[in-house]
Design a protein around this ligand. Structure first.
Ligand code: GLN
Length: 193
């Protein structure tokens, strides 16, 4: 359990499945708070950007002026973890169709890349640095990381494709680790603070 005065982790809560991340952090015993506006960044130990619909999230970002606070947060070396739509927002390049993004992680990511017939699937992937065992990974209208920039580490793969990547304080997954009982990925993120 975290000490009672520990800084909470922020969970971006403008759209998407932020509640399941909150549930996972509660399960692990990590304090959290929802982040909806720039002022909510004060005092958070890290930020989770959940899955959902990146296009919708971008609209909220513009309305609430949330892009700059995320950039500043990353610039200060604070840990950020983007899952699925969150990963799309963090990328330097989002395609299919091309879409604005924050440019905080040097990857090219193709949206909805598994095709309609497999909009959602559960696959087994490997994260050898994090776990000895295969990890169940839930993909929902998931993107595919098509290019990994210099210095970006591939921490997880499924079907040969990179699905969990990290550079410095920025981590991104194309799957939804908050939707299984496996705490490995969140625990790894919590260690980054
Ligand atoms: N297809 C969504 C997008 O492009 C991402 C889906 C997800 O986050 N599960 O934003």
């Amino acid at each position: 359990m975290a000490p009672p005065n520990a800084h909470p982790f922020g969970i971006l809560a403008v759209q998407g499945d932020f509640e399941m991340h909150a549930r996972m952090l509660s399960r692990i015993g990590a304090p959290w708070k929802l982040v909806k506006r720039a002022a909510d960044f004060d005092g958070i130990a890290g930020l989770i950007m959940p899955g959902g619909e990146s296009t919708t999230m971008l609209k909220f970002f513009a309305e609430e002026g949330l892009g700059q606070p995320v950039k500043d947060f990353v610039g200060r070396g604070q840990p950020v973890f983007g899952t699925c739509a969150g990963a799309i927002l963090l990328a330097t390049e989002a395609t299919n169709p091309p879409q604005e993004s924050l440019g905080l992680l040097d990857i090219t990511i193709e949206r909805n890349a598994y095709g309609r017939q497999v909009d959602s699937s559960v696959r087994r992937g490997e994260c050898p640095e994090l776990s000895d065992h295969p990890i169940q990974m839930v993909f929902i209208r998931a993107p595919i990381i098509r290019r990994v920039g210099e210095g970006v580490r591939v921490l997880g793969r499924a079907d040969g494709l990179p699905v969990l990547v990290q550079k410095g304080n920025v981590i991104a997954s194309t799957f939804h680790p908050e939707l299984t009982d496996d705490e490995t990925i969140h625990r790894y993120f919590l260690l980054q603070r």
